[in-house]
Write a protein that binds this ligand. Structure first.
Ligand code: SF4
Length: 310
Protein backbone atom coordinates (compact mmCIF):
# COMPACT_ATOMS: atom_id res chain seq x y z
CA UNK A 1 0.00 0.00 0.00
CA UNK A 2 1.30 3.48 -0.84
CA UNK A 3 1.68 5.79 2.10
CA UNK A 4 -1.12 8.30 1.91
CA UNK A 5 -1.33 11.55 3.82
CA UNK A 6 -4.41 12.89 5.56
CA UNK A 7 -5.12 15.41 2.82
CA UNK A 8 -5.19 12.67 0.19
CA UNK A 9 -7.49 10.58 2.39
CA UNK A 10 -9.78 13.58 2.90
CA UNK A 11 -10.00 14.01 -0.88
CA UNK A 12 -10.98 10.36 -1.32
CA UNK A 13 -13.47 10.49 1.56
CA UNK A 14 -15.15 13.76 0.59
CA UNK A 15 -15.58 13.27 -3.15
CA UNK A 16 -19.19 13.14 -4.37
CA UNK A 17 -20.92 10.12 -2.81
CA UNK A 18 -21.70 8.17 -5.98
CA UNK A 19 -18.20 8.77 -7.35
CA UNK A 20 -16.73 7.42 -4.09
CA UNK A 21 -18.80 4.26 -4.00
CA UNK A 22 -18.29 3.62 -7.74
CA UNK A 23 -14.53 3.70 -7.20
CA UNK A 24 -14.66 1.49 -4.10
CA UNK A 25 -16.95 -0.96 -5.90
CA UNK A 26 -14.56 -1.14 -8.84
CA UNK A 27 -11.59 -1.85 -6.55
CA UNK A 28 -13.66 -4.37 -4.62
CA UNK A 29 -14.51 -6.26 -7.80
CA UNK A 30 -10.87 -6.33 -8.85
CA UNK A 31 -9.92 -8.03 -5.58
CA UNK A 32 -12.89 -10.03 -4.36
CA UNK A 33 -15.81 -12.06 -5.62
CA UNK A 34 -19.19 -11.14 -4.16
CA UNK A 35 -18.80 -13.37 -1.14
CA UNK A 36 -19.26 -12.87 2.55
CA UNK A 37 -16.93 -14.08 5.27
CA UNK A 38 -18.95 -15.30 8.23
CA UNK A 39 -17.23 -14.91 11.60
CA UNK A 40 -18.69 -15.67 14.98
CA UNK A 41 -17.79 -13.66 18.07
CA UNK A 42 -18.17 -15.14 21.53
CA UNK A 43 -17.32 -13.76 24.94
CA UNK A 44 -15.13 -16.27 26.78
CA UNK A 45 -14.68 -14.04 29.84
CA UNK A 46 -17.18 -11.30 30.47
CA UNK A 47 -17.05 -8.11 32.53
CA UNK A 48 -14.86 -6.88 35.35
CA UNK A 49 -12.45 -5.08 33.01
CA UNK A 50 -10.30 -2.37 34.65
CA UNK A 51 -10.09 -0.28 31.45
CA UNK A 52 -12.44 2.68 31.02
CA UNK A 53 -13.48 2.45 27.35
CA UNK A 54 -16.44 4.83 27.18
CA UNK A 55 -18.55 2.60 24.94
CA UNK A 56 -18.15 -0.67 26.82
CA UNK A 57 -20.52 -2.31 29.28
CA UNK A 58 -17.73 -4.60 30.53
CA UNK A 59 -15.70 -1.82 32.13
CA UNK A 60 -15.86 -1.60 35.92
CA UNK A 61 -15.77 2.19 35.43
CA UNK A 62 -19.18 2.12 33.72
CA UNK A 63 -22.39 1.34 35.54
CA UNK A 64 -24.01 -0.93 32.96
CA UNK A 65 -25.83 -3.98 34.19
CA UNK A 66 -23.95 -7.01 33.02
CA UNK A 67 -23.57 -10.65 33.96
CA UNK A 68 -19.92 -11.17 34.89
CA UNK A 69 -18.49 -14.54 33.82
CA UNK A 70 -15.04 -16.06 34.37
CA UNK A 71 -13.27 -17.95 31.57
CA UNK A 72 -15.56 -20.59 30.05
CA UNK A 73 -14.83 -24.28 30.61
CA UNK A 74 -13.12 -25.91 27.62
CA UNK A 75 -15.98 -28.35 27.01
CA UNK A 76 -18.29 -25.37 26.46
CA UNK A 77 -15.84 -23.99 23.91
CA UNK A 78 -15.80 -27.34 22.13
CA UNK A 79 -19.61 -27.34 21.87
CA UNK A 80 -19.64 -23.76 20.53
CA UNK A 81 -16.95 -24.58 17.98
CA UNK A 82 -18.85 -27.63 16.70
CA UNK A 83 -22.03 -25.61 16.29
CA UNK A 84 -20.16 -22.78 14.55
CA UNK A 85 -18.61 -25.27 12.15
CA UNK A 86 -22.01 -26.82 11.41
CA UNK A 87 -23.39 -23.33 10.69
CA UNK A 88 -20.75 -22.61 8.07
CA UNK A 89 -18.77 -20.15 10.16
CA UNK A 90 -15.24 -19.56 8.85
CA UNK A 91 -13.61 -17.88 11.85
CA UNK A 92 -14.32 -18.04 15.55
CA UNK A 93 -13.36 -14.89 17.43
CA UNK A 94 -13.05 -15.19 21.19
CA UNK A 95 -13.16 -12.04 23.30
CA UNK A 96 -12.05 -11.77 26.92
CA UNK A 97 -12.38 -8.58 28.96
CA UNK A 98 -8.83 -8.02 30.16
CA UNK A 99 -6.38 -5.17 30.32
CA UNK A 100 -3.88 -7.93 29.60
CA UNK A 101 -4.29 -11.67 30.29
CA UNK A 102 -2.22 -13.27 33.08
CA UNK A 103 -0.25 -16.44 32.40
CA UNK A 104 -2.91 -18.92 33.57
CA UNK A 105 -5.61 -17.18 31.50
CA UNK A 106 -3.36 -17.20 28.47
CA UNK A 107 -2.67 -20.90 28.92
CA UNK A 108 -6.39 -21.65 28.97
CA UNK A 109 -7.04 -19.46 25.94
CA UNK A 110 -4.26 -21.34 24.10
CA UNK A 111 -6.25 -24.52 24.81
CA UNK A 112 -9.34 -22.88 23.27
CA UNK A 113 -7.34 -21.96 20.17
CA UNK A 114 -6.16 -25.56 19.78
CA UNK A 115 -9.79 -26.75 19.92
CA UNK A 116 -10.79 -24.24 17.23
CA UNK A 117 -7.92 -25.39 15.03
CA UNK A 118 -8.76 -29.08 15.57
CA UNK A 119 -12.14 -28.33 13.99
CA UNK A 120 -10.50 -26.63 11.06
CA UNK A 121 -11.81 -23.12 11.73
CA UNK A 122 -9.79 -19.93 11.67
CA UNK A 123 -9.07 -18.62 15.16
CA UNK A 124 -9.06 -15.07 16.45
CA UNK A 125 -8.81 -13.71 19.98
CA UNK A 126 -9.11 -10.27 21.52
CA UNK A 127 -7.54 -10.10 24.97
CA UNK A 128 -6.28 -6.54 25.43
CA UNK A 129 -2.61 -5.64 25.49
CA UNK A 130 -0.13 -8.43 24.86
CA UNK A 131 3.68 -8.41 24.92
CA UNK A 132 6.00 -10.18 22.42
CA UNK A 133 6.26 -13.31 24.60
CA UNK A 134 2.47 -13.63 24.90
CA UNK A 135 2.12 -13.12 21.15
CA UNK A 136 4.60 -15.98 20.58
CA UNK A 137 2.64 -18.28 22.90
CA UNK A 138 -0.56 -17.55 21.00
CA UNK A 139 1.17 -18.14 17.67
CA UNK A 140 2.49 -21.48 18.89
CA UNK A 141 -1.05 -22.48 19.90
CA UNK A 142 -2.07 -21.91 16.27
CA UNK A 143 -3.68 -18.47 16.45
CA UNK A 144 -4.50 -17.00 13.03
CA UNK A 145 -5.73 -13.47 13.90
CA UNK A 146 -5.49 -11.15 16.88
CA UNK A 147 -8.05 -8.37 17.16
CA UNK A 148 -7.02 -5.11 18.76
CA UNK A 149 -8.99 -2.07 17.65
CA UNK A 150 -7.48 1.40 17.55
CA UNK A 151 -11.06 2.62 18.15
CA UNK A 152 -10.88 6.14 16.67
CA UNK A 153 -8.45 8.91 15.69
CA UNK A 154 -5.34 9.40 17.87
CA UNK A 155 -6.67 12.92 18.63
CA UNK A 156 -10.14 11.84 19.79
CA UNK A 157 -8.98 8.65 21.52
CA UNK A 158 -8.25 10.27 24.95
CA UNK A 159 -11.90 11.37 25.10
CA UNK A 160 -12.96 7.73 24.87
CA UNK A 161 -10.28 5.82 26.81
CA UNK A 162 -7.93 7.18 29.46
CA UNK A 163 -6.53 4.02 31.05
CA UNK A 164 -4.65 2.82 27.97
CA UNK A 165 -2.81 5.00 25.50
CA UNK A 166 -3.28 4.95 21.75
CA UNK A 167 0.44 4.10 21.46
CA UNK A 168 -0.07 1.04 23.72
CA UNK A 169 -2.49 -0.26 21.14
CA UNK A 170 0.03 0.21 18.35
CA UNK A 171 2.63 -1.67 20.45
CA UNK A 172 0.28 -4.65 20.78
CA UNK A 173 -0.43 -4.61 17.05
CA UNK A 174 3.33 -4.59 16.42
CA UNK A 175 3.85 -7.53 18.80
CA UNK A 176 1.09 -9.47 17.06
CA UNK A 177 2.47 -8.85 13.58
CA UNK A 178 6.04 -9.63 14.58
CA UNK A 179 4.90 -12.99 15.97
CA UNK A 180 3.51 -13.84 12.53
CA UNK A 181 -0.15 -13.50 13.55
CA UNK A 182 -2.50 -11.65 11.21
CA UNK A 183 -3.74 -8.32 12.50
CA UNK A 184 -7.44 -7.56 12.86
CA UNK A 185 -8.16 -3.98 13.85
CA UNK A 186 -10.55 -1.12 13.26
CA UNK A 187 -12.76 1.25 15.15
CA UNK A 188 -16.14 2.50 16.20
CA UNK A 189 -18.04 5.28 14.45
CA UNK A 190 -20.65 7.52 15.99
CA UNK A 191 -18.85 8.14 19.28
CA UNK A 192 -19.17 11.91 18.84
CA UNK A 193 -16.07 12.20 16.64
CA UNK A 194 -15.75 14.83 13.91
CA UNK A 195 -15.29 14.29 10.20
CA UNK A 196 -11.59 15.12 10.68
CA UNK A 197 -11.41 12.37 13.32
CA UNK A 198 -12.85 9.83 10.92
CA UNK A 199 -10.29 10.79 8.30
CA UNK A 200 -7.50 10.71 10.90
CA UNK A 201 -8.71 7.29 12.09
CA UNK A 202 -8.44 5.93 8.53
CA UNK A 203 -5.03 7.58 8.19
CA UNK A 204 -3.92 5.89 11.44
CA UNK A 205 -4.91 2.54 9.91
CA UNK A 206 -2.62 3.24 6.96
CA UNK A 207 0.27 3.97 9.34
CA UNK A 208 0.13 0.69 11.28
CA UNK A 209 3.31 -1.39 11.34
CA UNK A 210 1.45 -4.29 9.63
CA UNK A 211 -1.31 -4.15 7.04
CA UNK A 212 -4.43 -5.58 8.74
CA UNK A 213 -5.91 -8.67 7.09
CA UNK A 214 -9.25 -7.75 8.68
CA UNK A 215 -10.59 -4.28 9.36
CA UNK A 216 -13.60 -3.91 11.63
CA UNK A 217 -16.04 -1.04 11.18
CA UNK A 218 -18.47 -0.69 14.07
CA UNK A 219 -21.33 1.73 14.64
CA UNK A 220 -21.64 2.64 18.29
CA UNK A 221 -24.28 0.62 20.13
CA UNK A 222 -25.44 2.88 22.92
CA UNK A 223 -25.56 1.03 26.21
CA UNK A 224 -27.19 2.52 29.32
CA UNK A 225 -24.59 3.09 32.02
CA UNK A 226 -21.78 3.95 29.58
CA UNK A 227 -20.65 7.52 29.10
CA UNK A 228 -21.46 7.44 25.39
CA UNK A 229 -25.09 6.50 25.92
CA UNK A 230 -26.33 9.95 24.93
CA UNK A 231 -24.14 10.93 21.96
CA UNK A 232 -26.06 12.00 18.84
CA UNK A 233 -26.58 9.42 16.10
CA UNK A 234 -24.15 9.39 13.20
CA UNK A 235 -25.46 9.96 9.67
CA UNK A 236 -25.27 6.48 8.16
CA UNK A 237 -23.91 7.87 4.89
CA UNK A 238 -20.75 8.59 6.89
CA UNK A 239 -20.53 4.88 7.70
CA UNK A 240 -20.67 4.11 3.98
CA UNK A 241 -18.01 6.74 3.23
CA UNK A 242 -15.69 5.17 5.83
CA UNK A 243 -16.16 1.69 4.37
CA UNK A 244 -15.64 2.89 0.79
CA UNK A 245 -12.51 4.87 1.70
CA UNK A 246 -11.04 1.90 3.57
CA UNK A 247 -11.79 -0.36 0.58
CA UNK A 248 -9.91 2.01 -1.73
CA UNK A 249 -6.92 2.20 0.63
CA UNK A 250 -6.90 -1.49 1.62
CA UNK A 251 -7.94 -3.32 -1.56
CA UNK A 252 -7.13 -6.78 -0.21
CA UNK A 253 -8.28 -6.59 3.41
CA UNK A 254 -11.58 -8.04 4.54
CA UNK A 255 -13.78 -5.24 5.90
CA UNK A 256 -16.08 -6.47 8.63
CA UNK A 257 -19.32 -4.65 9.32
CA UNK A 258 -19.60 -5.43 12.99
CA UNK A 259 -21.38 -3.93 16.01
CA UNK A 260 -24.38 -1.80 15.17
CA UNK A 261 -25.34 -3.82 12.08
CA UNK A 262 -28.55 -4.70 13.88
CA UNK A 263 -29.57 -1.04 13.59
CA UNK A 264 -29.15 -1.00 9.81
CA UNK A 265 -31.96 -1.81 7.39
CA UNK A 266 -31.42 -4.36 4.63
CA UNK A 267 -30.93 -1.52 2.16
CA UNK A 268 -28.37 0.20 4.39
CA UNK A 269 -26.46 -3.04 4.86
CA UNK A 270 -26.59 -3.66 1.10
CA UNK A 271 -24.97 -0.28 0.36
CA UNK A 272 -22.25 -1.11 2.91
CA UNK A 273 -21.63 -4.45 1.15
CA UNK A 274 -21.63 -2.79 -2.25
CA UNK A 275 -19.08 -0.26 -1.02
CA UNK A 276 -16.62 -2.86 0.23
CA UNK A 277 -17.76 -4.58 3.42
CA UNK A 278 -17.40 -8.33 2.90
CA UNK A 279 -17.36 -9.84 6.34
CA UNK A 280 -19.97 -9.97 9.08
CA UNK A 281 -20.40 -11.38 12.53
CA UNK A 282 -22.90 -14.17 12.34
CA UNK A 283 -25.01 -15.28 15.31
CA UNK A 284 -27.53 -13.57 17.54
CA UNK A 285 -25.06 -12.22 20.08
CA UNK A 286 -21.89 -10.18 19.90
CA UNK A 287 -19.84 -9.85 23.12
CA UNK A 288 -22.64 -8.34 25.18
CA UNK A 289 -24.94 -6.77 22.59
CA UNK A 290 -27.52 -8.19 20.22
CA UNK A 291 -26.69 -9.07 16.64
CA UNK A 292 -28.79 -9.78 13.57
CA UNK A 293 -30.91 -12.88 13.33
CA UNK A 294 -29.13 -15.70 11.46
CA UNK A 295 -32.06 -16.48 9.17
CA UNK A 296 -32.44 -12.83 8.20
CA UNK A 297 -28.76 -12.74 7.33
CA UNK A 298 -29.07 -15.79 5.10
CA UNK A 299 -32.15 -14.33 3.42
CA UNK A 300 -30.47 -11.01 2.78
CA UNK A 301 -27.34 -12.61 1.32
CA UNK A 302 -29.51 -14.84 -0.88
CA UNK A 303 -31.49 -11.83 -2.11
CA UNK A 304 -28.23 -10.07 -2.98
CA UNK A 305 -26.71 -13.14 -4.65
CA UNK A 306 -23.77 -13.15 -2.24
CA UNK A 307 -22.28 -16.50 -1.29
CA UNK A 308 -21.50 -16.93 2.38
CA UNK A 309 -18.64 -19.37 2.64
CA UNK A 310 -15.72 -17.09 1.82
S1 SF4 B 1 -13.47 -2.61 25.30
FE1 SF4 B 1 -12.21 -4.29 26.10
S2 SF4 B 1 -10.57 -3.23 27.19
FE2 SF4 B 1 -12.19 -1.71 26.94
S3 SF4 B 1 -13.44 -1.87 28.81
FE3 SF4 B 1 -14.36 -3.23 27.30
S4 SF4 B 1 -13.49 -5.23 27.69
FE4 SF4 B 1 -12.17 -3.72 28.71
Amino acid sequence: MNLTNQQQIAEIYQQPFFQLISKSRHIHQQNFADDMELCQLISVKTGGCPEDCGYCSQSIKNSSEIKVNPLLPTDEIEAIVKEAKANGVKRLCMGAAYRSPNSSALKKICEYIKIVKQHDLESCVTLGNINPQQAQELKQAGLDYYNHNIDTSPEYYPKIVTTRKFEDRIDTIKNVGEAGIQVCTGGILGMGETLEDRISFIHALTQLPFVPGSITVNMLVKIPGTKLNDVPDLDKLELVRVIATIRILFPQSRIRLTAGRINLSELEQSICFMSGANSIFYGEKLLTTDNNDKNSDHQLLAKLGITSNA
